[in-house]
Design a protein around this ligand. Structure first.
Ligand code: GDP
Length: 197
């Protein structure tokens, strides 16, 4: 398995201060506690790169990492954290959407969802907004090691059917486990292909 060189670049609250857009960029987002930091650490094989935390909603910054001097990996803040005030949430949404809409080198967004949960309103609303704003995204199911293979299949099938009620086409889907490093190669391969095109 190829080793990856990953280096932290910057943390920002404003997309305007993000590093120069000279590399293709791939961002990761999802509800707090979905397993985003764990997945990023699994992808890069760097244990402490993205800070895993038991405190939902802790990362409130746009974190850039440079991978193999070829592409940016961006760790976006977790959304849907109930304990945040309305005002804070608005401010926070603005920060994320400004970034997603205006960041010119953003190639694709990976939206993470917990494979154990039925489609959640907050995730569906977020994805619908991505469709409206024409921001390309992929769906990543996390924590697949917590279910049996049969349950994984059922869960993915249910999700697909739910989305097909709204959309004609599905975005690419990935099934992952950060714990078992499942799906890592598939995600890296898709990034590699997008960089080359
Ligand atoms: P984040 O808030 O989205 O960055 O989530 P974290 O990566 O901090 O993970 C939240 C919790 O889920 C932690 O207790 C992790 O150990 C656990 N977790 C994350 N990914 C996996 C996984 O693939 N399998 C299992 N079993 N637990 C996971």
């Amino acid at each position: 398995m190829a080793q990856i060189n990953a280096k932290f670049v910057t943390s920002n609250t404003d997309f305007k201060n993000c590093p120069p857009a000279k590399f293709p960029e791939f961002a990761f987002i999802g509800r707090s506690n979905v397993g985003k930091s764990s997945l990023i650490n699994s992808l890069t094989f760097h244990k402490g790169l993205a800070k895993t935390s038991q405190t939902p909603g802790k990362t409130q910054l746009i974190n850039h990492f440079i991978i193999d001097e070829k592409w940016y990996l961006v760790d976006l803040p977790g959304y849907g954290f109930a304990k945040v005030s309305k005002e804070k949430r608005k401010e926070f949404e603005k920060m994320i959407f400004d970034y997603l809409i205006h960041r010119e080198n953003l190639t694709c967004l990976f939206v993470l969802v917990d494979i154990r949960l039925k489609p959640q309103a907050v995730d569906i609303e977020f994805m619908s907004r991505m469709v409206e704003d024409e921001i390309p995204f992929y769906i990543v199911f996390t924590k697949s090691d917590k279910l049996s293979q049969k349950q994984v299949n059922e869960s993915v099938e249910l999700y697909k059917n739910f989305l097909l009620e709204m959309w004609d086409e599905l975005p690419p889907l990935f099934i992952t486990s950060a714990e078992k490093h499942v799906g890592r190669e598939d995600i890296l391969k898709s990034i590699d292909e997008l960089i080359k095109t």
